[in-house]
Write a protein that binds this ligand. Structure first.
Ligand code: HEC
Length: 197
């Protein structure tokens, strides 16, 4: 290759790279205002909340699991209603031998570990047994501090507070809006049990 044509080739390469960079940056630049505009509409907030709840796995623990044709699956007729009040559970088995540490019920809603026994909460908007009376502030305070309503008892494992407290304010607002929009399920979740002596 002659020096001139090599220079031309380099220039052409640079032009391609610049075009690619522009193409890459442009959607990102127009995406930001689009997003903040969208976040202000109530329907979009609920849709964003549904998306976050789905991918953050809230249903894994807060929706009771049942046996389906292809194996265990969340029972969406009881979506996010927490540990079923009418489920008769025998006492938790002895703690497993380390490094095994927890035992979970088949519903994935009751957990026994060194902290005792915890039952997943009813996140539906039922005013007596769910989050119906919670304000957005109550919800944000609970997730940010890892304490019930931000000042009560500590929220026990395996609720992933250490990760979820990093949600942005906007995300928590969307999750709250979605949770307040889902079907009410009346289900009184039991209080946790202290560790066995
Ligand atoms: C790995 C299981 C697990 C996952 C995943 C999970 N949770 Fe929980 N969550 C729990 C358990 C167990 C409790 C009850 C802890 C207790 O009683 O101290 C709880 C409690 C809560 C509480 C506190 C209720 C109260 O009365 O103080 C809220 C709110 C909550 N979860 C919301 C969520 C949301 C929203 C998501 C998804 C973004 C989620 N959880 C995902 C296990 C889980």
């Amino acid at each position: 290759m002659k020096p001139v044509s090599r220079l031309q080739a380099l220039a052409a390469l640079a032009a391609v790279a610049a075009a690619a960079l522009l193409a890459y940056q442009q959607p990102a630049m127009s995406f930001v205002p689009e997003e903040s505009k969208a976040a202000s509409s109530p329907e979009t907030k609920v849709a964003r909340g549904r998306y976050l709840v789905t991918i953050a796995g809230c249903n894994d623990c807060h929706t009771p699991w049942k046996m389906g044709a292809a194996g265990p699956e969340p029972d969406m007729s009881r979506m996010l209603s927490g540990h079923p009040e009418n489920m008769a559970l025998p006492p938790a088995p002895k703690l497993p031998e380390g490094p095994w540490i927890v035992t979970a019920a088949a519903t994935n809603t009751a957990w026994s570990g060194p902290w005792g026994v915890s039952y997943t909460a009813n996140l539906t908007p039922d005013p007596e047994t769910g989050l119906g009376k919670w304000s957005l502030q109550n919800f944000v305070d609970t997730i940010r501090t890892g304490r019930h309503l931000g000042r009560g008892r500590p929220i026990l494992p395996p609720m992933p507070i250490p990760m979820y407290k990093n949600f942005t304010d906007q995300d928590l607002e969307a999750i709250y809006a979605y949770l307040q929009s889902i079907p009410v399920v009346r289900n009184q979740v039991p209080e946790p049990l202290p560790p066995a002596q």
